[in-house]
Design a protein around this ligand. Structure first.
Ligand code: MRU
Length: 368
């Protein structure tokens, strides 16, 4: 997979994250403004790169990982230091800073670690050569994500039939990844191949990734799309409208417990009640062998105003009310029908199936 080629823009489709043509900045679509405005931001400063992740201008576990890889390259490209130790001290400081922007998605740390390994492996080279390796590595990260999404989408298609109704939660489409996405990949690929699917999108309170982003992506692809409030999932399942639930994922523990957008575990519990399969989609880079179970996954807590006042013309709760705003929850492995990766479909017992996927990826990476 190692190649020097740039990431080609698809005809008519702007990637959610890319390096600027002169390599000095990142260009992203500001996801906080969608679907009302498609605005591109050009980012190069340390603080604005951090803020873009923190404020979810760029979001979705794989997209954050790709962003982080380009971001650390852009920062390193601007260092004046030419001595390796001074360069590496600055690099390590920026890496730790970007890593502290959001805690739950493992892809952020993983891709930063990968860039760090790239620097350490090049310690005998000149700083300009190291920076050039970083640029190359960031492109590899991005290209790998594109092919991973494609493979995940192909596996996802094995799980659905023409005419199916699919419930999604949050957004795991091209904006959150590259090209097809993970949780939405099979739906987009299926539509390209002429399948007629009925898609139900949970709005995904409080930041409305489902209402704002998933509906936007699916409708652009011509898919029959219906938006529901999160608390309507039970009735659409009961009415027989849903054949499967598809979600993305921010971190998978060794035992198959998965962290994803808040509300995912509720959807899984409902799906179990109604006998509907619940599928999790993620690249193998989202598996975290350092997490034994979901209890080891740090859950991000966010600003209470996201619940109290965001998206409302005036606050919709009394001033001073206490709010608890976890951004993610953990779905127990026993509620998950399968975890779909680019290396195949993992089923219980997840301890074994995930280990096989993780080991095969790891072998490939070390050979690359
Ligand atoms: O807070 P967000 O919007 O970054 O949360 C994103 C999710 O929970 C996605 O489902 C997950 O990152 C997978 S994206 C392919």
């Amino acid at each position: 997979m190692r190649t020097g080629a740039l990431i080609p823009e698809e005809a008519g489709a702007m990637p959610s994250v890319r390096l600027s043509d002169d390599g000095s900045a990142l260009v992203i679509i500001d996801q906080t403004l969608l679907p009302n405005e498609t605005k591109h931001l050009t980012l190069r400063g340390r603080e604005e790169l951090f803020e873009a992740i923190r404020q979810l201008r760029v979001r979705g576990a794989p997209a954050i990982g790709i962003f982080a890889a380009y971001a650390i390259y852009v920062l390193a490209n601007g260092y004046a230091e030419r001595d390796f130790d001074a360069f590496y001290a600055k690099f390590s400081d920026d890496k730790a800073y970007l890593d502290s922007s959001r805690p739950t998605a493992v892809n952020l740390r993983r891709q930063l670690d990968r860039m760090d390994a790239c620097v350490r492996q090049s310690a005998d080279k000149s700083v300009p050569e190291i920076v050039s390796s970083l640029r190359e590595e960031a492109f590899v990260v991005h290209r790998e994500d594109i092919s991973m999404c494609r493979a995940i989408s192909e596996y996802g298609l094995e799980l659905i039939s023409d005419g199916d109704g699919i419930l999604t939660h949050c957004n795991a489409g091209p904006l959150a990844t590259s090209r097809y996405g993970t949780g939405l990949g099979a739906l987009l690929l299926g539509a390209e191949r002429g399948m007629k699917l009925r898609e139900y999108c949970d709005e995904t309170r409080p930041l409305l990734q489902g209402a704002r982003l998933t509906t936007f992506e699916l409708m652009n692809a011509g898919i029959d799309t219906t938006l529901i409030c999160d608390n309507m999932a039970s009735i659409v399942m009961r009415e027989g409208k849903i054949n499967a639930v598809f979600i993305g994922c921010d971190r998978v523990a060794k035992n198959g417990d998965t962290a994803n957008k808040i509300g995912s575990s509720g959807a899984a519990i409902l799906a179990r009640h109604y006998g509907i399969p619940f599928y999790v989609f993620c690249p193998s880079s989202t598996i975290d062998p350092k997490c034994e179970t979901g209890r080891d996954i740090e859950i991000e807590l966010r600003d209470p105003d996201e619940i109290r006042s965001k998206f409302y013309s005036q606050p919709m709760a009394p001033d001073g009310v206490g709010c608890y705003n976890p951004a993610f929850d953990v779905t127990d492995a026993e509620l998950i029908t399968a975890i779909v990766t680019e290396r195949g479909i993992c089923r219980a017992p997840y301890g074994e199936s995930l280990k096989r996927v993780w080991s095969s990826t790891h072998e490939d990476t070390s050979r690359a």
